[in-house]
Design a protein around this ligand. Structure first.
Ligand code: CTP
Length: 400
């Protein structure tokens, strides 16, 4: 929630200016007080009346002609919790980078100590121009929060990178910045999906994992303020603010996890890792006339057990267990053998749970604690239950 937060919403002159109206509406719905500022360019694209109607006060456009606020640029910037510029054109980005104040918005940007978030939107050629790339890098270095544009349809029927991020993504970024949750400052790495082990150039040994539970965990941790990386075998849409490292095989997942885990506060292995892989993958397609192939398998490394053996002292390591029988005994054995702080066990044979469903039902085990049952719920609710326990574990291990 953004209750009590004062946000100056700067709107500059691009076709995406119309989306600022929706951004404003969503921010107001979340409880923020939105002060809209439009540049002269923005006025070519949307009417001030429309934006005023969906913000918390009338649009401000000029430095000089407001009798109620004689020096609006300092007043607006001083009282703000955030200056959000959406869309941000190449012009405003360049002006802000070099400290050039030419209108009310660029003055507000300079006369503030509030955090600044910019949401660029422009044609692909402009977005990729070295001058723009350089300006964005300089602003990022200065601590400006940049919400990267998406790829998609642009004005004039072109397609490419440069489309303003969706209002949903922008508002989620604002929420993350202004309402740090109970996981703020934590670095979290989560594996998701099922690994694929090549047999030949076209065939793999795979499993039924959809990756949905891993992505729900990532969305939940990010919304609670964590900095999250997903190590994923699937191409689901990444939750806002979550970095994705794409992998395919158990070996690739292992090297990504082993690189990220030592610098993470919380590690969650939600992926279904193949336990066996072909000893050799044929680099061409096996043909029928070659006869029935003899595929010789070897075990894959147990990634989680390796992470448990080298776990940094304050890290919380969470595993998953897919079971069809003896759930508690099997889960507690894995908890112990892999040196975990928590294991989330699900009965993959039960209806509506586990692989490919949107819902799950789990039992969470931790050393020396009674089992905690989370009945059938959507995977985001399961994720929330997991991180509730992670947070309380951290608090009891390191009380402030
Ligand atoms: N896991 C792993 N590397 C493997 C196999 C499993 O990191 N090669 C992780 C999974 O991501 C999960 C946990 O270990 O977090 C338990 O996985 P599961 O398949 O339930 O158990 P296994 O240890 O593979 O044992 P079994 O298949 O005999 O039940």
């Amino acid at each position: 929630m953004l209750a009590g937060k004062r946000i100056v919403l700067g709107v500059t002159g691009g076709i995406a200016a119309y989306k600022a109206v929706e951004i404003s509406r969503r921010l107001v719905d979340a409880g923020a007080h939105v002060v809209p500022v439009m540049t002269a360019g923005a006025e070519h694209f949307i009417g001030a009346t429309t934006l005023s109607a969906l913000a918390s006060e009338p649009v401000k456009t000029r430095l000089w002609d407001d009798p109620d606020t004689p020096i609006p640029h300092t007043r607006l910037g001083q009282g703000a919790d955030l200056i959000l510029v959406a869309p941000a054109t190449a012009r405003v980005i360049a002006a802000y980078r070099i400290g050039l104040s030419t209108d009310l918005l660029t003055n507000v940007l300079l006369a503030t100590r509030a955090p600044v978030m910019m949401c660029p939107a422009m044609h692909t050629e402009m977005w990729e121009h070295p001058a723009v790339v350089d300006n964005i890098a300089a602003l990022r270095d200065r601590g400006v929060h940049i919400v990267d544009p998406e790829s998609g349809r642009l004005a004039g029927g072109d397609t490419g990178a440069g489309r303003l991020a969706s209002p949903e993504v922008i508002v989620a970024a604002v929420q993350r910045l202004l309402s740090p949750g109970d996981m703020a400052g934590l670095r979290v790495v989560i594996s998701a999906g099922g690994t694929r082990e090549p047999i030949d150039a076209v065939r793999v040994i795979a499993n039924r994992s959809s990756g949905k539970q891993g992505y729900a965990l990532a969305a939940e941790a990010a919304e609670r303020g964590a900095s999250v990386t997903l190590v994923s075998t699937v191409d689901l849409v990444a939750p806002p603010g979550v970095a994705v490292q794409r992998v395919e095989t158990a070996a690739e997942m292992q090297s990504a996890m082993e690189r990220l885990a030592p610098v993470s506060d919380v590690v969650v292995m939600a992926a279904a890792v193949a336990d066996f892989r072909p000893v050799t993958a044929v680099d061409r397609k096996l043909k029928k006339h070659d006869g029935v192939p003899q595929i010789v398998l070897e075990p894959t490394p147990d990634i989680l057990a390796g992470l448990g053996a080298r776990k940094p002292r304050r890290q919380i390591l969470v595993g998953f267990a897919a079971e069809t029988d003896d759930l508690e005994a099997n889960a507690r054995r894995k908890l112990d053998e892999k040196h975990l702080d928590m294991i989330v066990a699900n009965d993959v044979g039960a209806p509506q749970t586990g692989f490919q469903h949107d819902t799950n039902a789990v039992t969470i085990f931790s050393p020396d604690a009674p089992a905690f049952v989370v009945p059938l719920a959507d995977k985001r609710t399961i994720a929330a239950a997991v991180f509730d326990r992670v947070v309380s574990m951290r608090v009891s291990a390191h009380p402030t």
